[in-house]
Write a protein that binds this ligand. Structure first.
Ligand SMILES: [Mn+2]
Length: 306
């Protein structure tokens, strides 16, 4: 089987359909791939964009027909937590309904109707999405392929064909292994800046932790590994990152991720890592990688639809 791997959609049904057409998929009840191919979605189907229910419906139909797979993004994980009451009877939810969390999720809640049968059905379906997917020849995860976390989740996540409720509750308890695994797989590797350093993010919030390019190897500085927007890169220290902080990417099949809001012309992160999130949620295009068995990725295989 060959795969068309597709980055974050965030409710952009128009861009998704344009991309599927460009990849040779045909709408016939569900979207049918060319013979011998299957679509692999990297998560974050929802939040922000105008047609979130339609996007879920397209992907779900393709999965049910055996024509697609999809991993869980942080936005699906958040949606599950937002809709699930804590087990302690406090009346709180696993993901607290504070203004920041509600704001990030507001378009989804509006489009499904908060508390509606459709809302419950979609949240239920999100719990069938694996946090990581190892297929013959490729690996797919929303943000970070960390083998320890992949192994832990493979053991603890499933209750039959869906997320176990004990794992779900544990994965919202800060500090547990389950929490660390879901944070890592769906949100990536964040590291602390050296003592005394911080930067201001796009919301004007001062931060001492930074997202990293976990796929880089060798002697690296904080400025090399930091993923920050705009001018904030100048605030990153050119001090070496201790070697054990990042760790080498696990060897093996190419890894595809979304999540990172990249901009510009798609390029490979390394010969075996490609991020396919080019900010389709805002002005960016939807990006896919058309994979046909290669173990070293080729930037000529990106497919882009604006
Ligand atoms: Mn995303």
């Amino acid at each position: 089987m060959d795969y068309d791997i597709i980055g974050d959609v965030h409710g952009q049904a128009g861009k998704l359909k344009a991309l599927l057409r460009k990849l040779g998929y045909v709408e016939a009840g569900t979207w049918k791939p060319p013979v011998g191919r299957q679509a692999v979605f990297l998560g974050d189907l929802i939040d922000r964009g105008p047609a979130q229910v339609e996007v879920v419906s397209i992907v779900r139909g393709m999965i049910d027909a055996g024509d697609a797979r999809c991993v869980m993004g942080n936005h699906e994980f958040n949606a599950i937590g937002f809709a699930t009451p804590r087990a302690d009877g406090s009346g709180e939810y696993l993901r607290r309904h504070i203004p920041k969390n509600r704001h990030q999720h507001s378009e989804f809640l509006r489009q499904v109707g908060e508390g509606s049968a459709l809302h419950r059905e979609l949240v239920d379906w999100f719990q069938t999405l694996p946090p990581a997917l190892e297929l013959a020849g490729i690996r797919a995860v929303h943000a970070w392929w960390n083998q320890d976390f992949v192994d832990l989740v493979a053991k603890r996540f499933w209750d039959g064909t869906r997320m176990s409720q004990s794992f779900l509750h544990a994965s919202y308890e800060r500090g547990t292994e389950d929490w660390a695994a879901m944070e890592g797989l769906t949100k990536g590797l964040e590291i602390a800046l050296p003592e005394g350093y911080s930067f201001t993010d796009h919301d004007g919030i001062e931060r001492t932790n930074v997202r990293t390019r976990w796929w880089l190897q060798g002697e690296l500085t904080y400025r090399d590994v930091a993923i920050v927007e705009g001018d904030a890169i100048a605030q990153m220290p050119e001090i070496p990152v201790p070697r054990d902080v990042i760790g080498a990417p696990s060897p093996g099949a190419p890894v595809f991720v979304g999540h990172y809001w990249l901009k510009g012309v798609p390029k490979l992160q390394s010969p075996t890592v490609a991020c396919l999130d080019y900010s389709a949620a805002h002005e960016g295009p939807m990006v896919a990688y058309r994979w046909s068995g290669e173990s070293k990725l080729d930037a000529g295989n990106f497919v882009i639809a604006a």
